[in-house]
Design a binder for this molecule. Structure first.
Ligand SMILES: [Zn+2]
Ligand SMILES: [Zn+2]
Length: 444
């Protein structure tokens, strides 16, 4: 495949699409859209990979392609506040040097990541369902349910084409925290026609429909009710619905709840500041909680992916400054393993079992729900949108191919993009050139 021509990148209306991260991989989501020489990006995330030594390594998308071909972004549009969608901003925004558009909650998470003593990028807060013009593009943020509040799809209009960038999503009629998917708007968008869906492939190989956060709350309540001594629940820090549920479950099981781990504390204060965590009583400090009888303690901690430096890693190694587990305590994994983290997580589970700690994970009880759409969710959304073409992203090749196959069964045609593919969306999506792509390790 040839290198791109000047007119393709800087003159022709396209629209054009390039993934510089997020295609053929989980993480580092960074998607470019161009028309007539104007370019914007959707999301700017990092990728977390475990090294053979068992530690985690952070990588961000390489922006060589932008520098080599003189592509200047006029904006970065953020779908939601997960690290695989915003985590590269502190590392790349100076070079990209363009305004960021994000929801108020995602904007506050971005601000938390930036050094307050430095100049910040221009951060514009969007309002859902209110289209805005950004040069030759029009963009509208559409609320969708996911595993963090204020998640959005973005409907882009450029060069007479309507492009639906799904972001991360699932269908959840009872998300517990945050709004519902804007079903009526999605159906209206479908009635006026969608040319291309650029969509989340994470769970495309999985049959059935999503599990709701309300079901997870019941599953966690049943699991924790059986526990006789101390309970430690590990989950993703950004899942505010899970924190809300655990605060209520602590109350219902006559326990007190506390948070262990810096990212949980950051998320908790952001959630309270945006009125997403209002359960009473809330959480108490680790010093207070540690002095209560074991059967009254419910700890929520980070480290569900086996990160050795996170709270659960320290608990498994017996080196946490605030808490030492004892025989008969239970650790509940309210999470799913992200592929690649098997080895460090197995080491943590062994460390816990050696201390006589009992383990409950999501194979044993309905205590976790994915935030991504399995096939019945895809069927429902694609039925509303009635798109013509599909570009599956946000997944490894296996997930993308399963997504494309499922899309074809619903009458969508399209292709599976790789990072660096320049794809012309002016008619049937078509790869026309290769740009350089890759990841740059920023932290070991
Ligand atoms: Zn997400
Ligand atoms: Zn994601």
């Amino acid at each position: 495949m040839p290198a791109p021509r000047f007119d393709q990148l800087h003159r022709k209306p396209g629209p054009f699409f390039i993934a510089l991260g997020g295609a053929g991989m989980f993480g580092a989501n960074f998607y470019l859209y161009g028309t007539g020489g104007e370019w914007i990006a959707i999301d700017c995330g990092f990728a977390l990979q475990s090294t053979p030594g068992g530690s985690n390594q952070v990588s961000v998308p390489s922006i060589d392609a932008l520098e080599r071909y003189d592509i200047k972004l006029s904006a970065i549009l953020i779908t939601h506040g997960h690290e695989d969608h915003i985590g590269a901003i502190p590392h790349l925004w100076r070079q990209l040097d363009c305004p960021l558009y994000a929801s108020p909650f995602a904007a506050s998470l971005i601000r938390n990541k930036l050094d307050p003593t430095l100049r910040w990028p221009t951060l514009k807060e969007i309002r859902p369902l209110e289209p805005i013009g950004i040069g030759a593009f029009q963009a509208e943020w559409i609320p969708v349910t996911h595993s963090i509040p204020e998640s959005h799809a973005i409907l882009l209009e450029a060069a007479g084409k309507r492009l639906y960038h799904s972001g991360d999503w699932k269908l959840d009629p009872q998300p517990l925290v945050g709004g519902l998917t804007a079903q009526g708007r999605l159906q209206a968008i479908g009635r006026s026609g969608v040319d291309v869906i650029i969509g989340d492939s994470t769970n495309a190989p999985v049959g059935g429909a999503s599990c709701s956060e309300a079901t997870v709350q019941n599953g966690l309540l049943d699991a924790i009710r059986q526990c006789r001594k101390r309970v430690v629940v590990t989950c993703f820090a950004s899942n505010l619905a899970r924190l809300h549920s655990l605060a209520e479950i602590a109350f219902d099981t006559t326990r007190y709840a506390g948070l262990l781990g810096r990212s949980l504390l950051t998320m908790h204060s952001a959630g309270r500041a945006h009125n997403y965590l209002s359960s009473q009583p809330g959480f108490i400090g680790p010093w207070e909680l540690g002095y209560l009888p074991r059967e009254q303690q419910l700890w929520i901690c980070t480290g569900s992916q086996g990160e050795p430096a996170a709270a659960l890693g320290k608990l498994a190694g017996g080196s946490h400054p605030h808490l030492t587990l004892e025989s008969g305590d239970t650790v509940v994994f309210s999470s799913r393993l992200i592929p690649g983290n098997e080895v460090p997580l197995a080491a943590i589970k062994s460390g816990l079992l050696e201390q006589g700690v009992e383990i409950i994970d999501d194979d044993m009880a309905p205590i976790h729900a994915s935030g991504h759409p399995p096939q019945e969710d895809l069927r429902q959304l694609y039925g509303w949108l009635r798109g013509r073409y599909l570009l599956p992203v946000h997944g490894e090749l296996y997930h993308q191919q399963a997504h494309m196959q499922f899309g074809r069964s619903m009458g969508l045609s399209g292709l599976v993009p790789a990072n660096g593919d320049l794809i012309d969306l002016s008619a049937q999506p078509c790869k026309i050139a290769d740009l350089p792509s890759g990841l740059v390790v920023i932290d070991r």
